[in-house]
Design a protein around this ligand. Structure first.
Ligand code: GLA
Length: 373
């Protein structure tokens, strides 16, 4: 009997993420408070004979093949995350041999749950484990962020990738986006559910506006540096500093910077409130974040505002706000566990009446970051 050679194979699970509070603070060296979730992408990576690498995106029925030593940008957006990462490895002096990798999962696309970070971090982790490249988790997050910058053109911060690789079951993580350290925040959320309400508006405007917001923050920092050179980012700035520059920069820049400075503080306040068991306070901070994102940072949209305003007036909810980059995607809501169904039944027709669209709901549990399965 001839022997069948069993090929090497590895399976990896890479989650999406939510963010309790701390929006648009990561690229300002601030704090964020995300968690990985129980919606994830699964990867199967396998050995192949020959020199052709094959990537298969099961959910969209698409695939791509290319010689392992010829990494060219593709017309397929999803493939560029993977090719980009292999190319970043090549630039580090690591030529990854050919392999076959297929993946798919249940993270809704374009809903602001970081399906792209799940893809890039999961892919990089799978490749690293499979070929024993010994990449540290933080290195994987940074490579994935770089791929987003260079191959998708979004100058994102580190939050999404960091949360995907370092997420911890049943806990949020407070990331210091300046030092890249985090601490696990394990509050008592019993009696409450984290409910996401999806506007079903895909955040397409997001990438250009996102990069503009980042530039507006940098403009504020440059103006402050004129009289306070030690200020490296909005993390170091105060509302008083903004008073000094208010005639030197546009009203928009002042509004953006005001939001960010307050939001960085809100994350610290939220972590304290969680430690004190004061979830009502956490919820109030979330409402303040929404107002800031909508009025001063201007990254919300009518649909998100309709959902957040309704939630604020409903007694089942203690906190609600838009989540992620903005211009669509989901709101995150802290809802009394025994009133979740009642709240869903109330908000759905209201949303339909105001926007003509359907709302979708995701009940999520906080889970571990990327891992082999
Ligand atoms: C997107 C980016 C993150 C972060 C959020 C806003 O999700 O990828 O880096 O900036 O927007 O908080």
């Amino acid at each position: 009997m001839s022997e069948v050679q069993v090929k090497k194979m590895l399976k990896v699970k890479s989650p999406g993420r939510i963010n309790l509070i701390g929006e648009h603070t990561d690229y300002n060296d601030g704090f964020v408070l995300p968690g990985a979730i129980d919606k994830a992408m699964e990867f199967t990576i396998e050995e192949v004979d020959g020199n052709i690498t094959e990537l298969i995106a099961l959910d969209i029925n698409d695939s791509i093949s290319f010689p392992a030593d010829n990494l060219e940008k593709s017309k397929k957006g999803w493939a560029n995350y993977c090719i980009g990462l292999l190319d970043l490895m090549r630039k580090k002096g690591v030529n990854v041999p050919a392999f076959k990798c297929s993946f798919g999962g249940n993270i809704p696309l374009g809903a602001g749950l970081s399906s792209s970070a799940a893809l890039s971090c999961g892919f990089m982790y799978a490749v690293s484990e499979f070929f024993d490249l010994k990449l540290e988790r933080l290195e994987i997050a940074k490579l994935a962020q770089k791929a987003e910058h260079e191959y998708a053109g979004v100058m994102c911060g580190i939050m999404d990738q960091y949360a995907v690789v370092f997420g911890k079951e049943d806990a949020f993580i407070q990331i210091d986006c300046r030092t890249f350290e985090h601490k696990v925040v394990q509050g008592d959320f019993s009696g409450y559910s984290v409910l996401l309400c999806d506007t079903n508006v895909k955040h397409s405007l997001a990438s250009t506006e996102y990069n503009t917001r980042r530039q507006e923050c940098e403009t504020g920092v440059k103006a402050i540096q004129e009289f306070k050179p030690e200020v490296k980012s909005l993390r170091d700035a105060t509302l008083e500093d903004l008073e000094v520059i208010k005639d030197k920069v546009s009203k928009e820049v002042i509004a953006r910077c005001t939001y960010v400075i307050r939001e960085i503080k809100r994350v610290e306040d939220a972590v304290e409130a969680i430690a004190a068991g004061d979830l009502i306070k956490v919820g109030q901070l979330m409402y303040e974040t929404h107002e800031g994102l909508s009025v001063r940072y201007k990254v919300s949209c009518d649909e998100l505002d309709v959902l957040a305003a309704f939630a604020k007036d409903h007694n089942a909810v203690i906190g609600s706000r838009m989540m992620g980059g903005g211009f669509g995607g989901c709101t995150i809501n802290l809802v009394k566990e025994d009133q979740v169904e009642e709240f869903k039944a109330a908000i759905a027709p209201h949303y339909k009446e105001k926007t003509g669209k359907e709302v979708s709901f995701y009940d999520v549990k906080i889970s571990n970051g990327v891992t082999a399965v």
